[in-house]
Unconditional design. Structure first.
Length: 225
């Protein structure tokens, strides 16, 4: 590298630094949502839409004491599910989705959570991001779930132009080895929560932002997901 060349002038060099630093900070990131199997993880991830993981983890113990399998959940009245999950927000839609997907798992999948993106995304309340989390965290299948926070970090760190969550996911998958995706998306999440929050960093304050863009003087404007 010439003396005049910037150390992180390419996406590849920025990605390499991000992966190295996140690996140092979070060598073994835990799964944020409490669960005991693929079904309870699926329900927890569904509940986490527009809700914090902390709130979900406060809510799911009562729900799973009531029903922790598709068969048990399908037999619970929707209103009973609703009363428990109200603190998570969007409870009317989520309670119906949990009830319906539990019955679909019984009818179409032998009571098991399917292990393909296509089948997961056919379940009510389950979009691509939720399916990606289940594939990665329940089954260990490489995926890179991108939520709004990861979408924002990827823009701040010059890893994606942020046109859409779909584009960001595609960009990140190209930049990082497939074998690292499952751990790396968790590392992104923990770093974002602790150091590069929506209000705590504007692209100029946290360690990674300052390292990658030491001359950035004004806040980095990011596109919404």
């Amino acid at each position: 590298m010439s003396k005049s060349a910037k150390p992180y002038s390419t996406k590849a060099s920025r990605a390499a630094y991000v992966q190295q630093r996140l690996g140092e900070l979070y060598p073994n990131p835990p799964i944020p949502l409490d669960h005991s199997d693929s079904f309870t993880l699926l329900v927890a991830v569904l509940l986490s839409a527009q809700c914090t993981d902390v709130r979900v983890n406060q809510t799911t113990p009562a729900l799973f004491r009531l029903a922790n399998t598709p068969a048990k959940m399908a037999s619970v009245p929707v209103d009973e599910i609703y009363q428990i999950i109200k603190p998570c927000g969007l409870a009317p839609q989520k309670s119906k989705a949990i009830s319906t997907l539990s019955q679909m798992l019984l009818d179409d999948h032998g009571g098991q959570v399917p292990k393909t993106f296509e089948e997961l995304e056919q379940l009510p309340g389950v979009g691509h991001k939720t399916a990606s989390v289940v594939m990665a965290q329940a089954f260990g299948i490489p995926a890179f779930p991108v939520d709004t926070h990861i979408h924002r970090l990827a823009q701040r760190w010059g890893l994606s132009n942020g046109k859409s969550v779909t584009q960001t996911e595609r960009d990140l998958k190209k930049l990082f080895p497939e074998s690292s995706w499952n751990k790396l998306h968790l590392q992104f999440i923990f770093y974002g929560r602790e150091h590069c929050t929506a209000r705590g960093c504007d692209g100029t304050r946290c360690e990674i932002c300052k390292t990658l863009y030491p001359n950035r003087k004004s806040p980095k404007k990011t596109r919404k997901a």
